[in-house]
Design a protein around this ligand. Structure first.
Ligand code: KIV
Ligand code: ZN
Length: 386
């Protein structure tokens, strides 16, 4: 089995479903081009039957990108598959992503059906999509809560019907990481033709475990990860692309890799956030504004002695210019002295004690002390110290 993990980006489909994040076709094409430059393997460009705009976006993206596979989502319905096939006609490599519910709760309360019927409809959808001449990916919706034996039966049947990729979504973000990993392992152990398809993981973040679940799935043999930039997506979001890419890069001992050009991550995170009008939380891993900011005295002192004391990722590896030292009332002398030196003020000994005392008073009042404030403090030493 190859150790390369295919990155399937669904920012423009699962991500774009978020209220307020809708994009115009031109904006989607801009992001798709950047995703191509980032090195993703698959771009899920939209859900073509959902609106004329999405249909046109899938056409536009199919024309605009060369390297990644372009994918369109469908339900297991003839009209959806016909429209997706039409929208993908300019793609160098197109993929139809079709599927149906696999958990009893979805089968009973969403489809008002039974296991036999949904299985039959899933198999039919794969065969029909395959007849259009595209790659076919099958999603077993809500696989995270499905009966395992039935899930295995469904996956075996759709692979037999021609599915090239089988997606095992934790649609509701319900699974615990070790149990999601076990689910994937169960499929490898119990689906006789599993080696004929790529297993894909698609996790939601309702319990904050989307990334952990995705990594567990990969460790148990899945070779495609479905992700979004900044982790945007339905409800609490999807697994974030930047987290998966940097986990695999940081933990090379796992023996898995992606083709993501990590130094492009930060720029694309900013672009997506701006275009989708969706701010990134400051403490978001990898791309949050505090991800490389050090604010407490102990951390600042350790960081200034040796960056690796407090940083496991070099900011330049994800396209962030430099780490930052934030000066607050929790900062120590070392950080203050360092910043003053950067600004051209070499202050030591008793003078530094005075500046530090005044700095603490100012920081308590202002919360954060900026370079201009430091200039004022530095210039006023003679008056204050003598
Ligand atoms: O979360 C999910 O199950 C999905 C499918 C449509 C793939 O987004
Ligand atoms: Zn999803």
């Amino acid at each position: 089995m190859s150790n390369k993990i295919q990155i399937f980006d669904t920012t423009l489909r699962d991500g774009e479903q978020v209220p307020g994040c809708q994009l115009a076709t031109e904006e989607k094409i801009t992001i798709a081009r950047e995703l191509e430059a980032l090195g993703v393997d698959v771009i899920e460009a939209g859900f073509p039957i959902s609106s004329p705009g999405d249909f046109l976006s899938v056409i536009g993206i199919s024309r605009a990108v060369k390297e990644p596979v372009v994918c369109g989502l469908t339900r297991a319905k003839q009209e959806d598959i016909d429209v997706a096939a039409e929208a993908l006609r300019y793609a160098k490599r197109g993929r139809i992503h079709t599927g149906i519910g696999s958990s009893d709760v979805h089968i009973k309360h969403k489809f008002k059906s039974n296991r036999e019927q949904v299985l039959e409809q899933g198999v039919w959808a794969v065969q029909y999509a395959k007849s259009k001449g595209y790659e076919v990916e099958f999603y077993a919706e809500d696989a995270g809560r499905a009966d395992l034996a039935f899930l295995a039966q469904m996956i075996e049947a759709v692979i037999k019907a021609g599915a090239d990729v089988v997606n095992i979504p934790d649609t509701t973000g319900y699974c615990l990481p070790h149990l999601y990993g076990k689910r994937i392992q169960y499929l490898f152990d119990n689906v006789s033709n599993i080696d004929k398809a790529i297993v894909s993981v698609h996790c939601h973040n309702d319990l904050g475990m989307a990334t952990a679940n995705t990594i567990e799935g990969l460790l148990h043999g899945a070779r495609q990860a479905e992700v979004t930039i900044n982790g945007i997506g339905e409800r609490a979001g999807n697994t974030s692309l930047e987290e998966v890419a940097m986990i695999l890069k940081t933990h090379q001992d796992l023996g898995l890799y992606t083709d993501i050009k990590s130094e492009k991550i930060y720029g694309l995170s900013k672009l997506v956030s701006k275009m989708m009008r969706m701010p990134v939380q400051p403490n978001k891993a990898i791309v949050g504004s505090n991800a490389f900011a050090h604010s407490s005295g102990i951390h600042q002192d350790g960081f200034l002695k040796h960056a690796e004391n407090y940083e496991i990722i070099n900011p330049a590896d994800v396209g962030v210019n430099s780490s930052s030292i934030v000066l607050t009332a929790r900062s120590g002398r070392a950080a203050l002295k360092h910043r003053l030196e950067v600004l051209g003020h070499k202050i030591e000994g008793q003078d530094l004690d005075v500046v530090y005392e005044n700095f603490l008073i100012m920081a308590d009042e202002k919360k954060q002390v900026n370079d201009q404030d430091l200039e004022v403090l530095a210039v006023n030493i003679p008056v204050l110290a003598r």
